[in-house]
Each structure stands twice: as structure tokens, then as C-alpha cells.
Design a binder for this molecule. Structure first.
Ligand code: NI
Length: 163
């Protein structure tokens, strides 16, 4: 089932998501629907926040052929180093791309869709994507990392497009 994606500057995107206590069938159904919604968009990452579910869950697939689906529940960055600049976009901010500075290399801890804990090391596109999606769970958008001037221009552009 495709889920509606919230668009900037919707205030619900600012909600801080709560940890998931039990990974049950209800969560697995949401995971399935989020993958479907992300692939349909199409995008490479989606946080539950973006589909108005305020729980700590993200789905990612940075492959070109939908072959590397990755579900992270209650993800936590436990180590990071280095810096890199990456041109980012977001399904909640359509048709807008800007360069953001992120950690180059991260180590993340999370649960999978079966409730099992795992650790993952990531860099470049995957690392950036994980950092971007975890930001969503904290109510943070990639545009928040930009200058005030760029943010103001984006808001004006968004308002004009709505009219
Ligand atoms: Ni996003």
C-alpha cells in the first residue's frame, strides 16, 4: 500500500519520533508499505516521520535495482569520523538539491524487522543516507543544515509553487 508523504514545510515533519518497543506484525506491515512507497516515489530512503508515523524506523535501498533493502529500527550512530560534502535531496522536499556536510564514515546500531540487533559500517552514499534519515526521526530536515538565506529562498519557492 502506498502511503502519502508529508511535504516541507509541514509541521508534522518536526515531530521527534519515539523508540519502537516491540517489533511486531504491525511494524512489519508498515516496513513493507514504506519500502513500496519509497520505491514508487522513487527514492533511496524513507523515514517513518515522512509518512506521519512518529516512531524510530527508517528504510533504505541505495542500489540501482532494489536489491539491497535495509530496514533500521531504533537506529543509533555509535561512531563517526571524517567529513564529506554530498548533494542531497529528499522526498519531502521535491525538486530541491543542495550540498550538505556529513560525517564520511559512520557505525550504526539498530534492530532489523525481526527485532534482532545488528551493527553496520557505512560511508559515502549509504552513510549520508542513514544520517539523513535518522535526522528525520529527530524532526530535522537536510535543509536545516543550509544557510539561513538558502532556507528563506526555499520557503519562498515552496510558497509560490503552492499558489
Ligand atoms: Ni529526506
Amino acid at each position: 500500500m502506498l502511503l502519502p508523504i508529508l511535504h516541507y514545510p509541514d509541521k508534522r515533519l518536526r515531530t521527534k519520533a519515539s523508540p519502537i518497543e516491540v517489533v511486531n506484525d504491525e511494524i512489519r506491515t508498515l516496513v513493507k508499505n514504506m519500502f513500496e512507497t519509497m520505491y514508487d516515489a522513487p527514492g533511496i530512503g524513507l523515514a517513518a516521520t515522512q509518512v506521519d508515523h512518529h516512531i524510530r524506523l527508517i528504510v533504505i535501498d541505495t542500489s540501482e535495482d532494489k536489491s539491497q533493502p535495509l530496514c533500521l529500527i531504533n537506529p543509533e550512530i555509535i561512531a563517526k569520523d571524517g567529513e564529506l560534502e554530498w548533494d542531497e535531496g529528499c522526498l519531502s522536499v521535491p525538486n530541491y538539491y543542495e550540498c550538505v556536510t556529513r560525517a564520511n564514515h559512520i557505525k550504526v546500531k539498530a534492530l532489523n524487522e525481526h527485532g534482532e540487533e545488528f551493527e553496520l559500517e557505512a560511508q559515502e552514499l549509504l552513510g549520508v543516507c542513514i544520517q539523513h534519515e535518522i535526522d528525520h526521526l529527530d524532526g530535522v530536515l537536510f535543509v536545516d543544515h543550509l544557510s539561513k538565506l538558502k532556507q528563506r529562498r526555499l520557503l519562498e519557492k515552496t510558497r509560490k509553487e503552492k499558489k
